[in-house]
Design a binder for this molecule. Structure first.
Ligand SMILES: Cc1cc2nc3c(=O)[nH]c(=O)nc-3n(C[C@H](O)[C@H](O)[C@H](O)COP(=O)(O)OP(=O)(O)OC[C@H]3O[C@@H](n4cnc5c(N)ncnc54)[C@H](O)[C@@H]3O)c2cc1C
Length: 320
């Protein structure tokens, strides 16, 4: 146990829980405060396949790779963690150079023309971690609970009410960070998915596109998660029946077995989109605040890398 400063983490999505775990397992006295608990967060709605995003930011690929290694380790206990490694195809409708992060992945190869769905011009196969978020968030919460860390459910309206200056505050509030920090660059971006009974699909498919309704399907054993929507500026979290119908219909154009699959659930989350992830220390009045938000559509992908980076910043702050 560190004798130095305690840490208050605001947020209990994948960023908050992972960060709290890294700090608590490093010996810090940690507590978590969150408006909504793990299973009601945006994180629980994610698909969630590992795939770096905004990778022109030089921090993103190291964070992503660190996370991938840790997720692959957790995949050894799929039943407890909900993490597996899956093989699948990413494909583009217009000729596209595969992202640099793809080639080093296991199972990487260029798709042959015969392997591409109609209307797609090129594609590439690879294996990546795929995370069943409801199972994974329960696993993270259990791992955090095992450190003796308390999770309190309440809304924080100002950093000064979250902690006294002897503690460090870590801000993992996702799309809620705009309100708490006044950061106008954060753009809440609604995403909806449909979960169907898996009709026998064991490889993922992802359309390489950032359109409003990119097509993807992700096999989680008996369930197939179908995506998805990207709706900037929309905050409502009730499933939209029209969007759901379009998602199923679009996925069925690539994988016809999806058309007759029983719909089990709909998931909606608000992505914390931002031109860049905000991971930095800020002095606010007498408080040391470390921001860890703005992960957009890839918060799971960078979660462990970001959490470990926050832990290093807390260590560097020392006892001051
Ligand atoms: C449909 C969809 C599909 C996605 N697919 C993927 C994918 O395949 N791969 C991937 O890597 N990512 C994916 N994402 C993105 C990923 O879900 C997010 O980047 C990630 O969940 C962000 O996690 P977070 O913990 O930062 O935020 P959140 O999960 O939103 O958690 C924020 C936490 O902060 C709390 N909070 C907010 N404001 C306050 C306040 N004022 N006081 C107290 N608590 C507060 C909230 O209650 C919550 O506990 C997807 C997202 C969506 C919506």
């Amino acid at each position: 146990m560190h004798t130095g400063r305690g840490v208050v983490v605001i947020g209990a999505g994948v960023s908050g829980l992972t960060t709290a775990i890294c700090l608590a397992e490093a010996g810090y006295q940690v507590s978590v405060v969150a408006e909504e608990a793990d299973l009601n967060t945006t994180s629980c709605a994610a698909g969630a396949i590992w795939g770096p995003y905004l990778s022109q930011d030089e921090r993103v690929l190291p964070w992503s790779d660190e996370t991938r290694q840790i997720l692959l380790g957790l995949a050894a206990d799929l039943g407890a963690t909900g993490v597996r490694s899956v093989h699948g195809l990413e494909a583009a409708r217009v000729p596209t150079t595969p992202p640099a992060w793809a080639a080093p992945l296991p199972g990487y190869r260029t798709a042959t023309p015969g392997e591409l769905p109609a209307g797609f011009s090129n594609g590439w196969w690879y294996s990546a971690p795929l995370v069943d978020m409801p199972v994974y968030l329960r696993y993270l919460r259990g791992r955090l609970d095992a450190t003796g860390t308390a999770v309190e459910q309440r809304t924080v309206d100002a950093f000064s009410e979250a902690a006294t200056p002897d503690k460090v505050v870590v801000n993992c509030t996702g799309a809620g960070a705009g309100k708490l920090t006044g950061d106008a660059s954060i753009m809440p971006t609604r995403g909806q998915l449909a979960v169907v009974e898996n009709p026998g699909v064991d490889e993922f498919f992802c359309e390489h596109d950032e359109s409003r309704l990119p097509i993807y399907y992700l096999p989680h054993g008996g369930q197939l998660v179908l995506g998805g929507s990207i709706e900037p500026g929309r905050w409502d979290r009730a499933p939209d029946a029209d969007v759901a119908r379009q998602i199923v219909a679009q996925c069925a154009t690539i994988e016809p077995r999806v058309a007759g699959a029983k719909v089990l659930d709909h998931r909606v989350g608000i992505r914390p989109n931002r031109p860049k992830v905000r991971l930095e220390h800020e002095r606010i009045g007498a408080l040391d605040v470390i921001h860890n938000y703005g992960h957009g559509g890839a918060g799971v992908t960078v979660s462990w890398g970001c959490a470990l980076a926050v832990t290093r910043i807390v260590a560097a702050l020392g006892d001051r």
